[in-house]
Write a protein that binds this ligand. Structure first.
Ligand SMILES: Cc1cc2nc3c(=O)[nH]c(=O)nc-3n(C[C@H](O)[C@H](O)[C@H](O)COP(=O)(O)OP(=O)(O)OC[C@H]3O[C@@H](n4cnc5c(N)ncnc54)[C@H](O)[C@@H]3O)c2cc1C
Length: 318
């Protein structure tokens, strides 16, 4: 037993990027253990998804027709049966809303250890999983003292598998106990959106909790106007209702990759960085020189934003 099973993820008719990242992580693990790489795609147009998941290095794709969208009860049962059917040593899912929904139940069902939010995997001496601790300030390594294990991987940490493979695509008939399916997806509700798509912007001026008060957002909007940028934000600003949800950058917001990203009063928490680390040039304005945003910033102004921002607006306005 040394095979790896990854559980792909999709939503509303689209495979999510993390599915291809899971293939890369899974392949890494399968190579290190001389095993095969299996992918499971559960619910929705599974044949279409399976074709897309057929990337180099994938040995078998198991297509499981059952409903349209993610469902806790279905995923838990199918993944457990599949893991046992292919005798998977390691099972991988995304560290996402869906992955974190079913992985603990799957681990419990299979009696396996679960390590969440992996940012790296080491296989030199057994399996070790690297996780970030204290909001990304340090890293810890979890040595897995078990022959089988379940991992969730953080989105954006592995490159997406690319190219066309020659995997065997096979249907898998799961034996579903309907009495254990206790929830269903009845529909989707769009979050309130505005007319701005921050993921399209070339220059973003992003504001964080350092701005202190809703009325101070104006300072950021003035700077954005002066340089022809779009305003985005970290989550607390959106949670406070100071800017609409479509302006949020990060793991639970939008992924952006502008030419210039100016982070103002933003600490650089991992969940924020996950959404903006692909930016071409990152400029941070933060009065705390040890703020994690400076770990990824290309340029920084370590000073009070209430002095720096108006000065920049004035300068660019001229
Ligand atoms: C499941 C989950 C998902 C999440 N998703 C997201 C997400 O999508 N996006 C997101 O942003 N966060 C997300 N978060 C929240 C995230 O963990 C952080 O709490 C958040 O990013 C912090 O926002 P911030 O940097 O604006 O605030 P803080 O961490 O409070 O940082 C404020 C910064 O402003 C600086 N500052 C204060 N005053 C000044 C001043 N006068 N001048 C200059 N600098 C100043 C401080 O030094 C500090 O570094 C998520 C959290 C969880 C658990």
């Amino acid at each position: 037993m040394s095979d790896v099973l990854v559980v792909a993820e999709h939503r509303r008719g689209e495979l999510r990027d993390v599915s291809y990242e899971l293939l890369t992580a899974g392949k890494e693990l399968a190579d290190a253990t001389d095993g095969e790489l299996h992918a499971a795609v559960i619910s929705g147009p599974v044949e279409e998804y399976a074709d897309k998941l057929d990337r180099p290095g994938v040995d078998q794709i198991h297509a499981v027709e059952n409903g349209e969208e993610f469902n806790h009860g279905i995923y838990t049962q199918v993944a457990a049966q599949l893991a046992n059917a292919v005798d998977a040593q390691y099972i991988l899912a995304g560290n996402t809303v869906n992955g974190l929904d079913f992985a603990p139940a799957l681990a419990e069902r299979l009696g396996l250890p679960l390590v969440t939010d992996a940012v790296d995997i080491e296989t030199d001496d057994g399996l070790s999983v690297v996780r970030e601790l204290y909001g990304g300030k340090t890293e810890g390594t979890v040595d897995i003292d078990s022959e089988r294990a379940l991992l969730t991987i953080r989105p954006g940490e592995w490159p997406e598998a690319d190219g066309t493979g020659d995997a065997a695509i096979e249907p898998f008939e799961a034996d579903i106990d309907e009495s254990a399916v206790r929830s269903t997806v009845t529909g989707f509700e769009e979050v309130r959106t505005g007319d701005v798509d921050i993921s399209d912007a070339d220059v973003l001026v992003s504001v964080g909790r350092g701005i202190e008060d809703e009325e101070n957002i104006e300072l950021i909007e003035e700077l954005a106007d002066a340089i022809g940028a779009t305003v985005s934000a970290s989550r607390p600003i959106v949670d406070n209702g100071w800017l609409p949800p479509d302006r949020q950058v990060g793991q639970s917001g939008k992924k952006v990759s502008p030419d210039i990203y100016i982070a103002i009063g933003i600490s650089g928490a991992v969940q924020h960085v996950a959404g903006m680390k692909g930016s071409e040039t990152i400029i941070a304005i933060n009065d705390d020189p040890s703020a994690p945003i400076y770990d990824i910033a290309d340029y920084g102004i370590v000073d009070d934003l209430f002095d720096v921002v108006p000065a920049l607006t004035e300068q660019f306005g001229e």
